[in-house]
Design a binder for this molecule. Structure first.
Ligand SMILES: Cc1cc2nc3c(=O)[nH]c(=O)nc-3n(C[C@H](O)[C@H](O)[C@H](O)COP(=O)(O)OP(=O)(O)OC[C@H]3O[C@@H](n4cnc5c(N)ncnc54)[C@H](O)[C@@H]3O)c2cc1C
Length: 344
């Protein structure tokens, strides 16, 4: 995988597509991958796209299947995870942002008057950077590490707009629809077909619950009202049957917390274990030895952090499942029958 980064990391994906002279239809489907990185093709490293291709297309039987819980995330996902953790003695403190990590006295670190031997930095990039900026002693211990982490950046931002409307799209469409962005709209999810709660709303009121996504905000578009207006204009363009719709409720989220996968960022990423003993890194912005991205990367980086702790305590480490790290066309794979999923 590191060889892929050596060869392709500095090449923006837009340039790669131009030089490969891809036909427009193929380029459109490749663009879907750029969107999955919440980036424009010009601000996305070709190596990261190859990593995603390897994961989704070439090595993973379920890589391109969408699956989701039928209920809302609080009921179906977060509450059971919380209950499981609490049943195992975990104390969860919500709405308690960490501002600083101090040197500990009895243990390695202190955070707000409590001491710890291990700290997993699992915030998003803006959160992680604000903690680092407040924790000056870390720079004294490893200036290069801290300098690199402070140089990581987020992509330009994204917008998610959920709307409750009085009419539905035409029949026969899939639940998740990618469109070729004109200026803003990248995809539409027919949310009333996803969650029980939204489908119950439609049962009572008729219409639809739609979720409109933009994965990379144009730099000249940062006003919420304008974002709503352009979303609606493009929704009408692709779904003319929605002309004149009435919106009875809406939630707009505009955020700038998704990592940039731009040329030059990979070299700055920390691995889960860094030079500061006990300080561990987890998240989709961490460098992994496996070809994983997004949620898989965030999850596996967390398991790798846990394994560092287990190792130090002499406990059994968790196994990690990964797709085969080598591609189907890799010369060393020729004639070698390998399972698509390997356990490490
Ligand atoms: C619209 C959308 C669709 C997506 N679809 C997919 C998909 O289909 N498949 C996929 O694999 N991925 C998808 N992703 C990406 C996926 O959600 C992320 O890659 C994943 O959530 C990253 O997990 P994380 O734990 O690294 O960070 P996050 O989930 O961002 O968690 C970081 C947490 O740190 C907290 N935090 C920040 N600062 C502090 C602080 N100072 N103190 C304490 N806590 C702090 C934040 O509040 C946040 O809860 C999608 C993302 C979005 C926005």
């Amino acid at each position: 995988m590191e060889r892929t980064y050596e060869a392709y990391e500095s090449i923006p994906f837009a340039r790669f597509c131009e030089e490969a002279d891809l036909p427009p239809e193929l380029r459109l489907s490749f663009r879907t991958f750029a969107r999955a990185f919440f980036s424009d093709e010009a601000d996305l490293s070709t190596a990261d796209v190859l990593r995603a291709f390897h994961f989704y297309y070439l090595s993973h039987d379920h890589g391109l299947l969408y699956d989701y819980p039928a209920g809302d995330y609080e009921t179906t996902l977060l509450a059971p995870i919380r209950a499981h953790l609490e049943a195992n003695g975990v104390e969860i403190r919500l709405s308690s942002p960490v501002s600083e990590i101090e040197r500990g006295e009895g243990k390695r670190f202190r955070i707000e008057r409590e001491e710890y031997d291990w700290v997993v930095m699992a915030a998003d990039i803006p959160g992680m950077q604000s903690i680092l900026e407040q924790s000056a002693w870390l720079r004294e211990v490893d200036a290069e590490l801290v300098g690199n982490m402070l140089a990581l950046r987020t992509s330009n931002g994204y917008a998610v707009w959920r709307i409750w409307v009085d009419r539905d799209v035409r029949a026969g469409l899939p639940t998740f629809i990618n469109v070729d962005r004109k200026r803003l709209l990248d995809s539409v999810t027919l949310y009333h077909r996803v969650t029980d709660e939204a489908s119950a709303w439609v049962e009572i009121h008729g219409g639809a619950v739609l979720e409109l996504h933009n994965y990379s905000l144009p730099r000249d578009l940062d006003d919420d009202e304008e974002i709503r207006r352009v979303f609606l204009e493009e929704l009408h363009h692709y779904f003319p049957e929605l002309q004149g719709l009435a919106i009875s409720d809406e939630v707009l989220q505009v955020r700038r917390d998704f990592p940039a996968f731009a040329p030059g960022q990979h070299a700055l990423r920390p691995t889960p274990e860094v030079s500061v003993r006990g300080l561990l890194m987890a998240g989709d912005w961490v460098r992994l030895p496996y070809p994983m991205t997004h949620m898989e990367a965030a999850y596996v980086s967390g398991v790798l952090c846990a394994n560092v702790v287990f190792r130090e305590l002499g406990l059994r480490e968790e196994r990690i499942s990964t797709v085969a790290p080598r591609g189907l066309l890799s010369p060393k794979r020729a004639n070698a029958a390998r399972p698509a999923l390997q356990m490490r």
